[in-house]
Write a protein that binds this ligand. Structure first.
Ligand SMILES: NC(=O)c1ccc[n+]([C@@H]2O[C@H](COP(=O)([O-])OP(=O)(O)OC[C@H]3O[C@@H](n4cnc5c(N)ncnc54)[C@H](OP(=O)(O)O)[C@@H]3O)[C@@H](O)[C@H]2O)c1
Length: 297
């Protein structure tokens, strides 16, 4: 992507990208970017609370640090990838004398923390532009779904960074700019959604095993069926109901299966799952971090 090449060429910072937190999401984003050959491994820095946390990162030649402040000061774009309840403590531990510039951007992926919350928590990072993203883990295989929002992307450098961030998430799947008031619902639907699908695949696999299929074949066919159905909808633009009707012949096998799913209230369960996760995201936005968490600077 041209804007990323230009961004890398012009960057005056030691690292193009920094990640505070080295857990599942940071790992998923970095893995996807490295797989897509979008950034050099050496242009990325990642922080954690202890060196053992970097165990699964050893095959990546990224810089590793226990100092979050170093990530912010040395990266053009910093991604905040920690659990929401440690954000306050991380900001406090960096202190007030953090060197930042308006050429830098700070992207929070925290569930339930608004842009205003993040700006307030990280008010010590005075000059940075703030962006909020809600990605999901399939971005690890470049099939993610990410919502982005920003309220004050005006300067040339912040616009350039914003375009790069969009390109990053586009490379890792699909990206949409969404009003921030939709973020709780996005969190409940696509942020948590992969887990809903994983248990469906696991259940379909169990079903295949019950019907006499070997486990590996059952799991592979269950996962490929979900993948194929998703790809069909995304590529043809068919309404899901229309696509379902195409598989469902009169008096055939599928309608018998569908009837059982309806008896088990599958639609009701999925709607309830997204509603519960959306409400949980709203609750988490009001949660205050406990003070007894170990925090690195
Ligand atoms: N998982 C999802 O599907 C998903 C989807 C969308 C958004 N999110 C959001 O993404 C964020 C991260 O989720 P996750 O699943 O990646 O969590 P995770 O796997 O638990 O990772 C959290 C990371 O934060 C690190 N950390 C904790 N305290 C720290 C500190 N003081 N300084 C530096 N690093 C610190 C931990 O490092 P140690 O291992 O060293 O303790 C750990 O690597 C959450 O806010 C979540 O809301 C998650």
């Amino acid at each position: 992507m041209d804007n990323i090449k230009e961004f890398n060429a012009k960057s005056a910072f030691p690292y193009a990208l920094g990640f505070i937190g080295c857990g599942n999401m940071a790992y998923a984003i970095v893995s996807g970017l490295i797989k897509a050959k979008l950034f050099e491994e050496t242009s990325i820095i990642v922080s954690g609370t202890k060196m053992e946390s970097f165990e699964r990162w050893t095959h990546f030649n990224v810089a590793k640090t226990l100092k979050n402040k170093e990530v912010v000061e040395k990266s053009q774009i910093t991604f905040l990838c920690v659990k929401p309840n440690v954000a306050n403590a991380i900001a406090n531990s960096m202190g007030k004398d953090v060197t930042t510039s308006p050429n830098q951007t700070f992207v929070s992926i925290l569930a339930g923390k608004s842009l205003e919350d993040i700006k307030d928590i990280f008010k010590n990072l005075q000059h940075l532009n703030f962006i909020r993203a809600m990605p999901n883990t399939p971005l690890m295989v470049c099939a993610g779904a990410t919502a982005l929002t920003a309220d004050d992307v005006r300067s040339e450098s912040s616009l350039r960074n914003f375009e790069v961030i969009k390109s990053i998430f586009k490379t890792l799947g699909i990206v949409e700019i969404v009003d921030e008031n939709k973020f709780h619902a996005i969190t409940g639907l696509s942020g948590s959604g992969p887990a809903y699908i994983y248990i469906m695949i696991e259940a379909l696999s169990d079903a295949g095993v019950k019907q006499g299929l070997p486990r590996d074949l059952a799991t592979k066919f269950a996962a490929q069926t979900v993948f194929g159905a998703s790809k069909t909808l995304l590529e043809t633009g068919l309404h899901p109901g229309q696509a379902k009707d195409q598989v469902t012949s009169a008096g055939g096998t599928t309608i018998y299966g569908l009837h059982e799913l309806e008896k088990g209230r599958i639609r009701d369960s999925l709607i309830n799952a997204v509603e519960a996760a959306t409400k949980r995201s709203e609750e988490m936005s009001k949660y205050v971090a406990p003070m007894n968490i170990f925090i690195s600077k």
